[in-house]
Write a protein that binds this ligand. Structure first.
Ligand SMILES: [Zn+2]
Length: 220
C-alpha cells in the first residue's frame, strides 16, 4: 500500500473507532499498515484519538525504525505488529486496542466463539483465542500471538489475556470493520448468556456461507 493512502486510511479508521466507542475511554490503541513485504507504518504514540500525518513511524519488519520517532512506551509493541505481518503474508493492517466487550472476554480468559453470523463474513471459522498473559510486547507474549496466527488460519484476531485485543486483516478499513464486528459479537454473547446461553450455528453453516459468498462474488 502507498504510504499516503495508508496514513489517510489509518487516520480515518482511528476516528471511526473513537466515535464508535471501540477505543474505550482511554483512547489507547496502536494501528499499523503494511507498505511492502518488508516495511510498515505504525502509530508513534499510544493515544490515537486525533492522529495526523506526523503520527506515524516507518518501520522494517525486523523492528528497525527507518523514519520518525517512536515513543519509548510504544517501542515495546513494535514486535507485536511486525511478528504478525511476518507470520501471515495476507495481513495488510493491524489494530490493537482495548475494545470494551472483546476485552471483557480477554479478562475472563474466555475465547469468543463463532455464533454471530457477521463474523463469518470476515472469514472467521474458529473461536478467537486467548493468548496467555505475559508483559505487553515481551518475547513470550509475541511468541504466543505468532503461534496462534500460524496454527489458526480461521482467526483474524487474538485476545491478549488481562489486556485487550489484536485484530489483523487485509486493510485498515477491513480490520476496523472486523474489530467492530468482533466487539459486537462479544457484547451480544454477554446478553445471550444472561438469557441462558448462546446457541451454536448449524454444522453446515460455514460451508453454506462460503458458497453464498463465492456465488455472490462471481455474479458481481
Ligand atoms: Zn494495550
Amino acid at each position: 500500500m502507498d504510504i499516503q493512502q495508508a496514513k489517510s486510511e489509518l487516520i480515518a479508521v482511528a476516528q471511526t473507532l473513537r466515535d464508535t466507542g471501540l477505543l474505550f475511554r482511554s483512547h489507547h490503541a496502536n494501528l499499523s499498515a503494511r507498505l511492502t513485504t518488508d516495511t510498515m507504518i505504525m502509530t508513534r504514540g499510544g493515544n490515537v484519538a486525533n492522529l495526523d500525518e506526523n503520527s506515524f513511524a516507518m518501520i522494517k519488519m525486523d523492528g528497525t525504525v527507518l523514519e520518525g520517532d517512536v515513543m519509548p512506551a510504544q517501542a515495546e509493541i513494535i514486535q507485536m505488529h511486525a511478528a504478525v505481518y511476518r507470520a501471515r503474508e495476507s495481513v495488510g493492517a493491524i489494530i490493537h486496542t482495548h475494545a470494551p466487550h472483546a476485552t471483557a472476554f480477554a479478562i475472563a480468559h474466555q475465547p469468543i466463539p463463532v455464533v454471530y453470523e457477521p463474523l463469518m463474513r470476515f472469514g472467521v471459522t474458529e473461536p478467537t483465542p486467548v493468548i496467555a498473559w505475559a508483559p505487553r510486547g515481551s518475547d513470550a507474549s509475541v511468541q504466543g500471538i505468532v503461534d496462534a496466527v500460524r496454527s489458526k488460519p480461521g482467526v483474524s484476531a487474538v485476545l491478549l489475556a488481562n489486556h485487550g485485543v489484536l485484530a489483523f486483516s487485509n486493510s485498515p478499513t477491513e480490520t476496523a470493520q472486523f474489530l467492530a464486528t468482533l466487539d459486537e459479537a462479544a457484547e451480544l454473547l454477554l446478553h445471550a448468556r444472561l438469557l441462558g446461553k448462546e446457541q451454536p450455528l448449524p454444522d453446515q453453516a460455514f460451508e453454506q456461507i462460503k458458497q453464498r459468498k463465492q456465488a455472490f462474488e462471481k455474479s458481481k
